[in-house]
Design a protein around this ligand. Structure first.
Ligand SMILES: CC(C)(COP(=O)(O)OP(=O)(O)OC[C@H]1O[C@@H](n2cnc3c(N)ncnc32)[C@H](O)[C@@H]1OP(=O)(O)O)[C@@H](O)C(=O)NCCC(=O)NCCSC(=O)C1=CCCCC1=O
Length: 377
């Protein structure tokens, strides 16, 4: 910066800036808000400018968001929006296992199950959380530090950019756990990966790799995170060394199987996870965003968000109403199964048993629900 500009700042900056924050910046438990110095393309710290790191901090529960954490995210994105010295938002989570696995299934099972009126209030917070990301006045970079599943995939896709470490899996959980991915995935996925692949992900709920997410168009960039003997290697459980199989079908990014998968898992155990390349890639993108006119950048991403925003605004209130009522039967059953199940009993109901009962016209009684719990006699 030249001396003239510096002098002008001294002379013209108001002594007292207006405070446009709705509430004094208080971050709720489970969400960290940190302004980290912004860097230029050369990697040097730029004085007086920052990137706001918003971090989901609930690693024991795979950074799933509780009711309080949903409030915290709304406040954090609002604070970042109003911070004049913030260039971009980095939206991430603690650790290297999970970015976010969606709504907190323990809270869903033990508080919201059978409580549609309570869940309707919660879903006001959820909807406002997704809307706060889509309305953020700064560009939002989702730093995928680990698996992005269920509502975690939904809030992640609300960001403008996604950079993922390549051990992360992506996907939905909806119909396997008693919900539907109508908290954003059914709005964003068709736009981002096409209707057919969106249908597969939103109904079958099979996880897919970061390489596949990158190929399908959900990621701006992916970086290796596994280091073996000090050297970064691509995710060893995923096919990354060829694009087609012998029949000309795309296999790049698909999970390995059989012996190859077993070898990949063994390699995974040998190595250590290092997210330094992920942070480098995130900082590099933020530096590029810094190198733009602020209002023109804002106008550009506001316009480019519109396809997601239009779909989201068209559906979010209907979705909220349906998800609330769904807490009376299938969500009540599915989230209880996940919460009460374990590795031995499994964490999903016997879908065949449920379908056979319903096919006979059996009503949703508490006894039927209890009989469907994993491990129920
Ligand atoms: C497939 C998984 C993501 C990963 O499986 P795995 O690697 O086998 O780990 P687990 O042993 O299952 O989990 C490790 C511990 O983390 C706890 N955990 C995981 N996810 C959650 C969660 N979402 N909430 C609370 N706790 C969670 C798990 O209980 C383990 O702890 P423990 O003490 O029990 O050993 C798998 O973890 C999985 O499927 N997770 C649940 C995904 C899910 O159903 N999310 C909610 C989907 S619905 C949603 O997000 C919605 C959003 C808004 C709109 C409405 C809606 O439904």
């Amino acid at each position: 910066m030249n001396q003239t500009t510096a002098t002008l700042i001294e002379q013209l900056a108001p002594k007292q800036l207006a405070d446009h924050n709705l509430v004094p910046q208080t971050v709720m438990p489970g969400v960290l808000y940190e302004k980290r110095p912004a860097r230029n393309r050369a990697g040097e710290i730029v004085p007086d400018l920052y990137n706001a790191w918003i971090t989901l901090d609930n690693p024991k529960q795979y950074n799933s968001y509780t009711t309080d954490m949903a409030k915290g995210l709304i406040l954090a994105f609002r604070a970042a929006s109003m911070a004049r010295d913030v260039v971009a938002v980095v939206f991430t989570a603690t650790g290297d296992k999970a970015f976010c696995t969606g709504g907190n299934t323990k809270e869903y099972a033990e508080y919201y199950a059978g409580n549609p009126q309570e869940y309707r209030q919660y879903m006001r917070l959820f909807n406002d959380m997704v809307s706060s990301i889509l309305a953020c006045d700064k560009p939002v970079v989702c730093r995928v530090n680990g698996m992005r599943i269920g509502g975690g995939q939904e809030i992640g896709m609300a960001a403008d950019f996604t950079i993922a470490q390549d051990l992360a899996n992506f996907g939905q959980a909806g119909p396997k756990h008693g919900s539907a991915a109508i908290g954003g995935a059914t709005d964003f996925l068709p736009l981002m990966i096409g209707c057919e692949q969106a249908m597969v992900s939103g109904t079958l709920c099979e996880p897919f790799s970061a390489h596949k997410a990158y190929r399908l168009g959900i990621c701006t960039e992916i970086v290796p995170a596994l280091k073996i003997d000090g050297k970064f290697v691509p995710n060893p459980t995923v096919i990354t060394d060829r694009y087609l199989d012998e029949f000309g079908r795309i296999v790049h990014g698909e999970f390995k199987t059989g012996e190859a998968l077993a070898e990949g898992k063994a390699l995974l155990k040998q190595g250590e996870v290092d997210l330094s390349l992920l942070d480098e890639a995130v900082e590099k993108l933020c530096a590029k965003l810094l190198d733009t006119f602020p209002e023109c950048l804002t106008k550009s991403f506001e316009e480019l968000r519109k396809p997601k925003l239009d779909a989201w605004n068209r559906n979010k209130e209907n979705s909220r109403a349906w998800l609330a009522l769904n807490m009376m039967n299938e969500a009540r059953t599915g989230f209880r199964a996940f919460n009460e199940g374990n590795k031995d009993t499994g964490r999903e109901i016997d879908f065949t048993a449920l379908r056979r009962a319903l096919a006979k016209g059996v009503p949703w009684t508490p006894e039927l629900i209890d009989s469907l719990m994993p491990g129920a006699e």
